[in-house]
Structure formats: structure tokens, C-alpha cells
Design a protein around this ligand. Structure first.
Ligand code: ARG
Length: 460
């Protein structure tokens, strides 16, 4: 017999039961549901709907149920349709009549919305923290190899030499925006739906702002129908996870490339690589491939929830139960990928020589020749053409570009641009890839990281 079986004379078909039960996945919400119930019980007591004795029986009973979940001692009863029913059923077994009063002035509709917000609020903070840790690992790796230079690519063709730290910082900045986005979503969602009831509130004199403050929400809901229908917070969290996933997948793709024998810019530690079941010599960058591959689910989970929400009439519909698995999956996936990548980055060894030799490709100096000509008053388009012709000659004759420049009466004064490190040192405009500006960039990043850390700490 379920807790709602009063008006039914036949028991539920087994297939429908399997279709509709959610305990198998929503049991992970137990701690949040219990926190919500404890606050609700205090609200009922404040409204005179529970005696002090009943309140303390409920509170102790709920703590007992929480302990059962923590220790794995909780036994699901056949009638436990979802985590909310399971906890109430068990509570009532433990404490008797007070347990039967807990659901006064509450529906599973405002209950599940409250529980899920509490879960999402924590999840956003955790993912933000893990994103920050990865950003810090990237910045630290750049500082560890502060002088390392590699080619920056456009179209995956060598473009200009850049400091390794400049490249890794670029990934870190995306992650810092993720931290901000996650914490923005957290701020917006921190509104309590508790007290909205099934749809229209209640005739009993509860105070939603009291329970909201007990649960550290910034405010109670304004409109009971919005409170039970709204899943914007799930969609927004899923979007933040999806975009984060895209960033992780772009980082993953570069690690995949950089660990190939062809690039050979980086070696991942044994702890963060995998072997092949057949080929004894293989050491694969599965961590980076999975970072790339898992982004698919993060985007998919966002899509499922948006499609599920589309066209749903107000207010609660059982469709909404489909918000949970995508959300749980995205939280778990984001955390796993972030933590694995952080470990992989922290323990990676950069092949400084190899990156340097790739970036000393002389053709990468062509832009410096053109810019040097601009310095002499030549229009950039003309300068581009002159440098381009020299490159064309180098490619056609197989002669090094430096030699072609040295043997040209008009261009030989630029021969020094081919000296080691000259092209990189020439990148002096604000925010550029050279060593001179990297000092200021380092300061800016340190500030951004400190700000992000403070924001995450506030969410804890
Ligand atoms: N398990 C449901 C969910 O996840 C909550 C229950 C609300 N069910 C209902 N019939 N009102 O959305």
C-alpha cells in the first residue's frame, strides 16, 4: 500500500510501477530531502501544527533515517515509490503518529522542488570548486615551465610562437568563466519553493520565509505555481555543465594531439594513462579522450531536460521527474572529468625541447618581417606582400627563410629577427603571448583566481 492509496481499489500494475518509481535513482537525494523535512517540521511547530514533542520525535527520527542511509542499513520497502515516500514511510515506522503529521501543508510537488534545489546548490559549488582546481593546475603548469615556448596554431597550422603559459592560461580563463557561470546560476536558483504545496499554497498558517531562511535560501517563492513548475535552475545548471564540458573537451583534444608521437609536446604520467590489451608498447591518453567524449552526454543531458520542459503545461507534471537522471549524470560526469584532468595536468611532463624546435620554424618569423617593414613606414598590405614573396621563395627553393632575408639588400637588416627568442620577445602588445606581458597577465590571473576562490567559498 503506497502512502496515497486511499482512493484506489486496485493495486498498481507492475509495469507502471517500474515506469514511475524513481527511488532507484533519486535515493541520492536523501540528505537534502531530510534537511528540507526538518525545516518543514520546524515551520509546522512554529505554526502550532506540531507540538514540541512531536517536532523532536520527527527530528530525531529523521536523523535516524539519515544514519540508515549513510551506513547502508536503509531497507527499501516495496511501497517506496521515491525517496520522499521512502523517508516518510520509514520515519513513521520509527516514530509513529508524529511521522504522519510531517506532510501537513506540504505536497511532494513543493517537496521535490525544494530537495532538488538543495542538491543543485551544492552540486554547483562542488563543480565550481573542481573547475577552479583545474584552472589552478593549468596556471601552475605554465609557471613550472615559465620559459617554455611552443607554436601557437590557427587552422591547426603553426602560426606564431607563444609561451606555454600563455596557451595554458587561455584554457584556465575559460574555466574561470565557468566558475563564474556556475556561481551565477547558484545565486539565481537560491529561492525556496517550500510552502507552495501542490500548486496553490495551503489554508494552514505556515511561513515560507521562515523555512527558506532555515535552509539558507535567499528568499521564499513569490508565486506557488511558479514554485512547483520551475525547473529553470536545472536547465541553467545543465547548460553551465555543458559549456564547461565543451571547454574540457577542447583541452582534451589538445592533450590528445600533444601526446602523439607526431607532436610529442607532453608526456602524461603512468597514473593518468592506460595501456592496450593487445599492443604491449601502447600508452594511451584515454583521460583526454574521455574528457572529449564525455562532453557528448553533458550536451545531451541539457537537451533532454529542455525538450522535456518544452510545452509542459503548468504546474507539476510527472514529466518533471525526468529532470533528475540527466542532472545527476552531468554532476557526476563533470566532477570526474575535472578531477581526472587536474591530476593528468599536475603530473604531466612537458617536452620543452620538442616544443622549442617546433616553434623555431623560421616561417613563423614572416609576420615580424612584415611588421618591421611597417615600422619603416610601409603600408601593411605592401609589407605583407613583400614578406609573403620571401616565404614563397623559401618554400619554392627549399632555402631557409633567414638566408633569403640575409641575401636581400632591402631585407637583410631584419636578419636579427631570426635570432632565438626574438619573435616571441616581439610580442609586446597588452595581453599578447610574449614574456614581457606575461608578468602582468600572471598578476591578472592570480587576481581572477582569488576572486573565483572567494566566490566558491561563499557558496560553501
Ligand atoms: N518523484 C517525483 C519527482 O521526482 C516527485 C513526486 C511528485 N509526484 C506526484 N505525483 N505529485 O518529480
Amino acid at each position: 500500500m503506497t502512502l496515497w492509496s486511499g482512493r484506489f481499489s486496485e493495486s498498481m500494475d507492475n509495469t507502471l510501477w517500474e515506469l514511475s518509481e524513481s527511488f532507484s535513482f533519486d535515493h541520492v537525494l536523501y540528505a537534502y530531502d531530510i534537511a528540507g523535512s526538518k525545516a518543514h517540521a520546524r515551520g509546522l511547530a512554529k505554526a502550532g501544527l506540531l507540538s514540541d514533542l512531536e517536532l523532536s520525535a520527527i527530528t530525531t527520527g529523521l536523523d535516524e533515517v539519515a544514519k540508515e542511509f549513510e551506513t547502508g542499513a536503509f531497507v527499501r520497502a516495496e511501497v517506496d515509490e521515491d525517496i520522499h515516500m521512502a523517508i516518510e514511510r520509514r520515519l513513521t515506522e520509527l516514530v509513529g503518529e508524529p511521522g504522519q503529521k510531517l506532510h501537513t501543508a506540504r505536497s511532494r510537488n513543493d517537496q521535490v522542488a525544494t530537495t532538488l534545489r538543495l542538491y543543485t546548490r551544492d552540486a554547483l559549488t562542488q563543480v565550481a570548486q573542481a573547475s577552479l582546481t583545474l584552472a589552478e593546475a593549468l596556471v601552475a603548469k605554465g609557471s613550472e615551465y615559465s620559459e617554455a615556448v611552443l607554436p601557437g596554431y590557427t587552422h591547426l597550422q603553426r602560426a606564431q610562437p607563444v609561451l606555454l603559459s600563455h596557451h595554458l592560461n587561455a584554457h584556465a580563463l575559460g574555466l574561470l568563466r565557468d566558475v563564474d557561470r556556475l556561481m551565477d546560476a547558484r545565486e539565481r536558483m537560491n529561492v525556496s519553493p517550500l510552502g507552495a504545496g501542490a500548486i496553490a499554497g495551503t489554508s494552514l498558517s505556515i511561513d515560507p520565509s521562515f523555512t527558506a531562511s532555515l535552509l539558507n535560501f535567499d528568499a521564499p517563492f513569490i508565486n506557488s505555481m511558479d514554485a512547483v513548475s520551475d525547473r529553470d535552475f536545472v536547465a541553467e545548471a545543465l547548460f553551465a555543465f555543458a559549456l564547461l564540458g565543451i571547454h574540457l573537451s577542447r583541452l582534451g583534444e589538445e592533450l590528445v594531439l600533444w601526446t602523439t608521437q607526431e607532436f610529442d609536446f607532453v608526456k602524461l604520467s603512468d597514473a593518468f594513462t592506460t595501456g592496450s590489451s593487445m599492443l604491449p608498447h601502447k600508452k594511451n591518453s584515454d583521460v583526454a579522450e574521455l574528457a572529449r567524449g564525455k562532453s557528448g552526454r553533458l550536451v545531451g543531458n541539457l537537451t533532454s531536460v529542455l525538450v522535456m520542459l518544452k510545452g509542459l503545461p503548468f504546474t507539476y507534471n510527472r514529466d518533471l521527474q525526468e529532470d533528475k537522471e540527466p542532472l545527476f549524470d552531468s554532476v557526476r560526469t563533470s566532477l570526474l572529468v575535472l578531477r581526472s584532468l587536474a591530476g593528468a595536468v599536475e603530473s604531466a611532463t612537458m617536452n620543452v625541447e620538442r616544443m622549442k624546435s617546433a616553434s623555431s620554424d623560421e616561417l613563423l618569423v614572416a609576420i615580424d618581417i612584415a611588421e618591421a617593414l611597417v615600422g619603416e613606414g610601409i603600408a601593411f598590405r605592401v609589407a605583407h606582400e613583400i614578406a609573403g614573396r620571401a616565404v614563397g621563395e623559401a618554400v619554392a627553393t627549399g632555402m631557409p627563410l633567414s638566408q633569403i632575408i640575409a641575401s636581400s639588400p632591402k631585407l637583410r637588416k631584419f636578419a636579427h629577427l631570426f635570432e632565438a627568442g626574438a619573435a616571441l620577445a616581439n610580442r609586446t602588445s597588452p595581453g599578447s603571448a610574449g614574456p614581457e606581458t606575461s608578468v602582468y597577465q600572471g598578476k591578472q590571473l592570480a587576481e581572477s583566481i582569488a576572486q573565483a576562490a572567494a566566490r566558491v567559498a561563499q557558496g560553501r
